[in-house]
Design a protein around this ligand. Sequence first.
Ligand code: UD1
Ligand code: CA
Length: 451
Amino acid sequence: MPVAVILLAAGQGTRMSSELPKVLHPLAGVPLLAHALATARAVEPERTVVVTGHGAEAVAAAARALEEEVRIVRQQQQLGTGHAVLQAAPALEGFEGDAIVLYGDTPFVRGETLQAMLDARAAGAAVVVLGFEAKDPGGYGRLVLDAGGQPAAIVEAKDADAATRAVTLCNSGLLAADARILLDLLGAVGNANAKGEYYLTDVVALARARGLSTAVITCPEAETLGVNSRADLAAAEAGFQARARAEAMANGATLTDPASVFFALDTVIGRDVVIGPNVFFGPEVTVESGATIHAFCHLEGCHVSRGAKVGPFARLRPGAEIAEDVHIGNFVEIKNAIVEEGAKANHLSYIGDARVGAGANIGAGTITCNYDGVFKHRTEIGARAFIGSNAALVAPVTVGDGALVAAGSVITEDVPAGALAVARGRQVVKPGLGARIIERLRALKSGKASA
Ligand code: UD1
Ligand code: CA
């Protein structure tokens, strides 16, 4: 059965107290919205519809960047979850199959859980809801079950009597139904309730009134955690990181101090990778088997190959491609640069918009001067080249294979393969003059001589 995902992302997120739409706040290095879209992908939807409202343009742009074929609809006024889902109707034109409603602010729902909901649909339930046992049911909608254990209604906390509020089985908000039946039921939902909103949840009782069957799938409460405030966001981050650390270790990585290592949603860590304390992974990082990331490194958008050693205190920025057995040492920054097999840059360097050939040695303090204030330029460093300490390589410039650049050089012209380039002031030595100057200065200080 084809699946359409309807992702609700129109709410203001008032309690975030932010200019940024709630679903664009980052969690594990990517917007909340990216987590929900990743969950959606697990059921291979034929259509994905994002319902935007507050910050619609920014949310739509983010959704398009994250999901090529996404359909965007706009809910002009936030009149409730049922009203929000109805806005997806034009985007579901001609679609036949199951619709599944997700929230953009609920990042941890697993693909398997969506699949269980779809399986319950396939087994014959017209409307399937996702419930959970809440520790503190508070403001959640309550799932009211019939004698057969199937949902008869969902009652919002604000509309519930004391007996219903005592129910601990709560509504996560996720719901699956045949798309046409869902839209049809929603057409019959009114707003005569405590909040004056069109509730998606009302479709359960409406379905039952029409003799349609309902079912509930349950999941752990942690899975349905929704982000409503900065405190929730921090709690969600902590939950994500705890799971990511455990997963990295279960997959064979050593984390010296797991609590101080931070992963992104898409971080890939191979077996026998060793990660020291205080390491931060931004989005799009892959570290292959047997690589070591020493303490205090910051990595994003980069690839570290087998056996490479990075840090301590290294920064790998987007486009850093670290080949096998490369050493990147302390206070070295690499951006948009390929460092080929076995090359070394061990101390205090900036390598940007460059290629460092296999086995090359980059001396302490070497800088690729890649930016002229307007344009960026490339530096090519050949295989086995040796760049002496504190060299400035003014791009665009090429240093050939096996060439030697003397320490302290400012290299502005290409250096042919195998050549030696020295580009610095010549040293002048005056015998005895140093000692005479020092003597004179001491005499001045003690008043035995006058200036
Ligand atoms: C909703 C459910 C409640 C459930 C709870 C779980 C309803 C009526 N209630 O309540 O049963 O326990 O979620 O967290 O569905 N949204 C829109 N447009 C709107 C209103 C909401 O896009 O007009 C989006 C929000 O951005 C949010 C989601 O829908 O992502 C849920 O809306 P929210 O107002 O937070 O619903 P709750 O009152 O929490
Ligand atoms: Ca909510």
